[in-house]
Every structure is written in C-alpha cells, then in structure tokens.
Design a binder for this molecule. Structure first.
Ligand code: ADP
Length: 254
C-alpha cells in the first residue's frame, strides 16, 4: 500500500493505493501545510480502515511538500502530475494543470514521464486564485462559475492582473453587463493565457486538463476554443498530482 500527498496552496489531496482500490480525500490547506497534510492523511486512514503500519511508502508533492516530515520522499509536482495524468488518461501527450496559485503545461512521453514543461507561479492571473477573486466580486461561489456561462457572448476583460481585472469586473457590473458575459470573458482570459503557454509546446495530439480549475466546465470549453483542439477532463482531475505521487511510491517498493 502506498500513499501520495499533494499539499497545494489551496487544497491538500491524499490518495491511498492498494492492489485493488484507491481511497482519496481533499481538504483545505489553510495556514499550516504540515498540519493539513498530517490531518488529511490520518482522516483517510480512518475512512479506509487501513492501519499506518500497512503503508509501505509515502510520497509528498505540491508546494507544501517539504513540510511533511513523515514522508519517505518528496517529488516535484511536475513529475507527479505527469504520472497521474498518464494514469487517468492513457496516451496523454500534454497536461494542462491549473491549480489554486499556479498553472503549468507539461509535455509527457508514452510512459507518463516529463519531456518539457512551462510553469506560471509568479502571478495569480490564469489560476484558481484569479477565479476565486472574481467569484467574490460577482457575489457567487467559484463552483457556480462553470455552469453560468452557457452560450453567452464573452465580454472582453482587458487586464491580465488580478487586482485590475477585479476593478474591471466591478465596473462592468455597474454598467449593467450581464454576469454570464463577464464570467465567459474571465474564462476566455484564463484560457488565452494558458493556451499561449501550451502553444510553445507544439501541437500535441491528446490534451488532458487537471487541477481543481479543470472542474470548471466553462474554462475547459474556453480552452478548447482557444487551442482549437479537444481537451479531456478526467473525473479525478484534482487528484492527478496525489495519484502520481502514490504511483511513484509504488514503483519504489515493487
Ligand atoms: P492547489 O493544488 O494549488 O491547491 P488545486 O488543483 O487543488 O490547487 O485547485 C484548487 C482550485 O480549484 C481553487 O482555486 C478552486 O477555486 C478551484 N476549484 C475547486 N473546485 C472547483 C469547482 N468545483 N469548480 C471550479 N473551481 C474549483
């Protein structure tokens, strides 16, 4: 039995793999990555009915990975996401991951190993944080955004910067622009930015979208429009990093 713990800036994901089953949990990271990782792990053990002694290897990943003192190994989220996406969708050649505070584009080979990657972790534009700030300005929850857009014509959001874009959204609302058009514009803005990163990786045949933001259908559709290619979202998109970590752990003990 192996465990992958992905301590993200917003959410901590833990996956426990045995020969036949996968158990998983997602919790907010909060102010202490170390505590979040520890508590989520204990909670998953309790839920799965597995004892800590049965766990042969723990791999930590994500921005808070270094804080986990009980992990056997820490591995970069780039390698874990590539491996996890390959497991969730065999044949993937490009992984687009949008998490709470970063976005990454990873080119992977036929066995889920990293060939090349680009990462934006310098600013909140094009990340889940951007959408959380905008949802707040729009007076709704972030998980409502994806289903709000339908066929609305996107309004152009000129600012890339989250702070300026938030003021722009407030201004558009004051002008009476429908929320649906604003949300569509925000999705387009994220998609353009990330599609620009993806274009630097050539034109890969199979694109898989992971990370918490992949749960937003509107961003996925906007990405397909911007990239001119289908984008697949696995059901366990937010767990890709933790799954990859648990699989890398399995390699170490088998
Ligand atoms: P991290 O690893 O950086 O913590 P995740 O990949 O776990 O990030 O994604 C967290 C982000 O996913 C948050 O910014 C959150 O807004 C977004 N998110 C989570 N669930 C949903 C959902 N149902 N719809 C849209 N966005 C979501």
């Amino acid at each position: 039995m192996t465990v992958g713990i992905d301590i993200g800036s917003v959410a901590t994901k833990v996956v426990l793999l045995n020969q036949t089953e996968m158990y998983r949990i997602v919790c907010p990271t909060g102010w202490s990555p170390r505590q979040a990782g520890r508590e989520a792990y204990q909670e998953l053990l309790a839920r799965s009915g597995c004892a800590a002694e049965e766990v042969r290897y723990v791999v930590a990943t994500g921005y808070g990975r270094v804080s986990l003192d009980f992990a056997d190994r820490s591995v970069t989220e780039i390698s874990c996401h590539a491996r996890g996406a390959h497991y969730l969708s065999a044949g993937v050649s490009l992984v687009i991951d949008i998490g709470g505070q970063d976005s990454k584009v990873i080119r992977v080979d036929g066995s889920g190993r990293v060939e090349d990657f680009i990462m934006n972790d310098k600013c909140a534009a094009g990340t889940g944080r951007f959408l959380q700030v905008m949802a707040n300005a729009l007076g709704c929850e972030v998980d409502e955004l994806g289903v709000m857009t339908e066929d609305a014509e996107p309004v152009k959001i000129n600012s890339m910067c989250t702070v300026f874009a938030e003021s722009e959204v407030v201004g558009l609302l004051a002008e009476g622009v429908p929320k649906e058009r604003i949300v569509q514009g925000l999705h387009q803005s994220i998609a353009r930015r990330v599609a620009g990163m993806a274009a630097r990786m050539g034109k890969p045949p199979k694109v898989v979208f992971t990370g918490g933001v992949a749960r937003n259908e509107g961003v996925c559709r906007a990405l397909e429009r911007e990239m001119g290619a289908p984008v697949e979202v696995p059901d366990l998109c937010q767990y890709a990093g933790a799954i990859g970590a648990a699989l890398i752990g399995r390699d170490r003990v088998s």
